[in-house]
Design a protein around this ligand. Structure first.
Ligand SMILES: Cc1cc2nc3c(=O)[nH]c(=O)nc-3n(C[C@H](O)[C@H](O)[C@H](O)COP(=O)(O)OP(=O)(O)OC[C@H]3O[C@@H](n4cnc5c(N)ncnc54)[C@H](O)[C@@H]3O)c2cc1C
Length: 397
């Protein structure tokens, strides 16, 4: 039995064109370069070391909190890797960050308290923030010392962001925020929240929204963790009751949040985190099934194993297209749909390997209960399929 592919490859095209004389694919080299492979190996080792002796949390990018681990990442230069050196970043190609985070999350490394900052907030401040905001926030993000959360969803506004009701009203040079957010991952562990609020109640729903950086220690902020059915409480309700925010904490254009959100969503939907959330569980389950001979003796499991191995490679190619800037605009809807449905199949496959053992509360059972969330968070699959149909394929509404 072949071992599961530990690190799927980058697409390195060596031939002069993708199709040869008879339209045949010419030589494609799917392997990592030696430098990237070494980087991946190192990240795998660091990630594995960080999980030794831990009861591993699947979705470690979202739920694996260890405030010390981001500092380890920072020591390796793995935070802000592709931010410009001018702002203290590593100035490294996006593919290097891809290789590192793929390896770390695949090992279940506890990087959640750095994740939103590294994945979204750094690039957002770079694109839309002011120089003052970059000076104030990027150093801590790159040092792994500031945790952020994203306050977008509300009790009555999830898929339809344009209907959100949290308000920010001007008060001299400041803004005063009132409202509530829900499902805010990591809020209880964070210092800062990136909040979307309505700043013009008279404008069309999508036209009156703005983005703010809010210090979660400000008076008037209340954070209530929500316990999910796996007994985890990583996401929270966050209440804003007359929370005063300095005017300098507005990010980007006043009333221009909707456009900015669409750009940020590309970071959120097209990344490798959407493919490898439960990869460590998968690697462990496959190793166990190989050791017991289950995979070689059970044709149904073997068949699904082969499909998953193929599915992983396809998902990885989709993510790579995003990372390398080769994906068309909006294509992250396709990438996230494929990858998160893949993660749900992985959870079921691990359950099939554990068999009746799944009934005993543990990693596999937790992941099966949690897996429906993969196709909800970051935009539901139904909404993404609407985007694919209407915006990418131009189908009629
Ligand atoms: C684990 C997890 C972590 C999360 N973390 C965060 C976070 O950190 N920050 C944050 O802001 N949010 C977070 N969320 C919230 C997430 O973004 C929302 O749950 C998601 O956008 C869906 O919104 P909703 O729950 O309000 O469902 P709704 O929008 O009410 O949708 C309910 C159902 O109706 C379907 N539906 C709605 N509209 C349409 C339509 N037009 N066409 C077809 N079907 C439709 C949806 O697909 C869904 O099945 C998280 C969610 C989860 C599960």
């Amino acid at each position: 039995m072949a071992r599961p592919y530990p690190q799927a490859p980058t697409l390195k095209h060596r031939g002069p064109s993708l199709s040869g004389p008879a339209g045949r694919l010419t030589d494609m080299d799917f392997s990592l370069t030696a430098e990237l492979q070494a980087l991946s190996d190192e990240a795998t080792r660091v990630g594995r070391d960080a999980t030794l002796g831990l009861d591993i949390t699947e979705d470690s990018w979202l739920r694996g909190v260890d405030h010390g681990f981001p500092k380890v990442m920072a020591e390796h230069g793995w935070l802000g890797m592709s931010l410009p050196t001018q702002w203290g970043g590593g100035g490294r190609p996006a593919i290097e960050r891809f290789v590192v985070v793929e390896a770390l999350i695949s090992q279940g490394a506890p990087l959640a308290s750095a994740w939103f900052a590294d994945r979204q907030i750094g690039p957002t401040l770079l694109q839309f923030g002011t120089d003052d905001q970059r000076h104030q926030f990027l150093p801590d993000i790159i040092a792994g010392t500031s945790a952020w959360c994203v306050g977008m969803s509300e009790p009555d506004a999830g898929s339809d962001v344009a209907s959100l009701r949290t308000r920010a009203d001007r008060d001299g040079d400041n803004w005063v925020i009132n409202g509530s957010k829900v499902w805010t991952s990591g809020a209880a562990e964070s210092a800062w929240c990136y909040v979307i609020a309505r700043t013009d109640a008279t404008a069309a729903p999508h036209a009156g929204l703005s983005e703010f950086i809010v210090n979660l220690r400000t008076p008037g902020v209340e954070i209530r963790p929500i316990r999910d059915m796996t007994d985890d409480h990583h996401f929270c309700e966050v209440i804003f009751d007359n929370v005063t925010v300095d005017g300098s904490m507005l990010v980007g254009n006043l009333n221009g949040a909707f456009k900015q959100i669409m750009r940020q969503m590309e970071h959120e939907r097209g990344g490798i985190d959407r493919l490898v959330s439960n990869r460590r569980l998968y690697l462990d389950a496959v190793a166990q099934a190989e050791a017991t001979g289950l995979l070689s003796s059970n044709p149904v499991l073997r068949d699904e194993f082969a499909r998953l191995e193929g599915g992983y490679r396809i998902g990885r190619m989709l993510v790579l297209r995003e990372v390398l800037g080769q994906a068309p605009k909006g294509f992250s809807a396709v990438t996230k749909t494929w990858c998160t449905e893949f993660e749900q199949r992985v959870a079921n496959f691990c359950g099939a390997i554990a068999g009746p053992g799944t009934m005993i509360w543990g990693r596999t059972a937790r992941n099966i209960c949690y897996a429906p969330g993969y196709t909800i968070m970051g935009g539901t699959t139904q909404i993404l399929r609407n985007i694919i149909g209407e915006r990418l394929l131009g189908l009629p509404r």
